[in-house]
Design a protein around this ligand. Structure first.
Ligand code: FMN
Length: 176
């Protein structure tokens, strides 16, 4: 698979996963892809915890309400340290977003599926903090995203996307 195929095959998968374990070497490859992402001023503000222990995974899934990814055999939690790159400029969000997209593409390349769960766990009920406690994450890191990893049992739904012409142009912003 080349990078364009992976980019276009990636979908947010919210269905059931097959009961097949994800080998640790695959989780390492996915995390390495995440850590290879660019970061503002190379501050490398993103850290990762892969979860393949069924007991820990069950605790994490139990913290997510309403439940998602309950059948996922593995997951990766994305942590960020909100330090400034220079002066008062913090690029931690951009840093972890780049890392997440790299991981989502690596997940596709390895034949797995995932979904970027951030809104659900960082809403006002702050599920992410409960998950961070379960994983023993220190206070100066925020857990910002949960990525299930596993083999999809169902077809992913194709979302409606705007056309290229509605969102991308050459040389100048188009006039009506
Ligand atoms: C910052 C961010 C937060 C997201 N949070 C959630 C989430 O909490 N729950 C969820 O089901 N999908 C979440 N998604 C996935 C989006 O819903 C999804 O990318 C979008 O609907 C387009 O579908 P696609 O990923 O298949 O292209 C999130 C995506 C991003 C980039």
């Amino acid at each position: 698979m080349n990078v364009f195929e992976a980019v276009n095959m990636r979908r947010s998968y919210r269905g059931k996963f097959k009961d097949v374990a994800v080998p640790r070497e695959d989780l390492v490859k996915i995390m390495e892809a995440g850590l290879a992402a660019p970061s503002g001023c190379n501050k490398q503000t993103t850290s990762l915890i892969a979860i393949d222990d069924p007991e820990v995974l069950a605790k994490l899934k139990g913290a997510i309400n309403p439940p998602v990814a309950q059948t996922a055999p593995a997951a990766i939690c994305v942590l960020t340290k909100r330090i400034n790159a220079y002066r008062d400029k913090c690029f931690a969000v951009q840093d972890y977003s780049a890392a997440i997209e790299n991981m989502l593409l690596a997940i596709v390349e390895l034949g797995y599926s995932s979904c970027w769960y951030e809104g659900h766990i960082t809403d006002d009920d702050d599920i992410a903090s409960v998950m961070a406690k379960i994983l023993g994450v220190p206070d100066d890191y925020d857990l910002v995203c949960f990525l299930p990893v596993g083999i999809a049992e169902e077809e992913a739904r194709m979302p409606v996307k705007k056309s290229f012409e509605e969102r991308a142009w050459f040389n100048v912003f188009p006039k009506d």
